[in-house]
Design a protein around this ligand. Structure first.
Ligand code: SF4
Length: 154
């Protein structure tokens, strides 16, 4: 898996103060995509054990209290990403108890494979669906277009 950006302190992508990871790779080709530079799964930097360790350390750092982890991109559920994302969310559950996990994907929940659904099982919130330019609404919270759904899972 590759990623484009990791923000250890983020107050934009989800509620409260968070850690946010923008991964590389997306198949959805939405018109008006807000993050086109991330679409190629080979772009960006390689995600490695050191960054996974840093995310856990940041989430559990008592000096800056984070509410949780946000996973965006790109698409964290892209086939090139889903195995490492599953390992990461399982680590967060085991090693950062009490932190919430939000994930944005261009797939709808109904389209997800059994492996992708294993990731969803670990989430607090899933925001699903492609960005549809004709349904864009800047007043929506946590999503760009009205076809997308915020699923509160826990
Ligand atoms: S799902 Fe998101 S990252 Fe992928 S093309 Fe659509 S807007 Fe861009």
């Amino acid at each position: 898996m590759n990623y484009h950006q990791y923000y250890p302190v983020d107050v934009v992508n989800g509620p409260g103060t968070r850690c946010t990871l923008f991964v590389s790779g997306c198949v959805h080709q939405c018109r008006g995509c807000y993050n086109q530079s991330t679409l190629n799964p080979s772009s960006g930097h390689q995600f490695d054990q050191a960054l996974a360790d840093k995310i856990i350390a940041d989430l559990t750092d008592p000096r800056i209290k984070r509410r949780g982890l946000s996973l965006s991109g790109g698409d964290p559920l892209h086939p090139a990403n889903v195995t490492e994302i599953l390992a990461l969310v399982q680590r967060v559950r085991a090693e950062a108890p009490g932190k919430d996990i939000w994930l944005w994907t261009g797939y709808t929940r109904a389209e997800l494979s059994p492996l992708q659904l294993q990731v969803v099982d670990q989430l607090d919130v899933l925001i699903d669906g492609k960005f549809e330019q004709t349904l864009k609404d800047v007043n929506l919270k946590w999503r760009g277009s009205s076809n997308q759904v915020v699923h509160y899972l826990r």
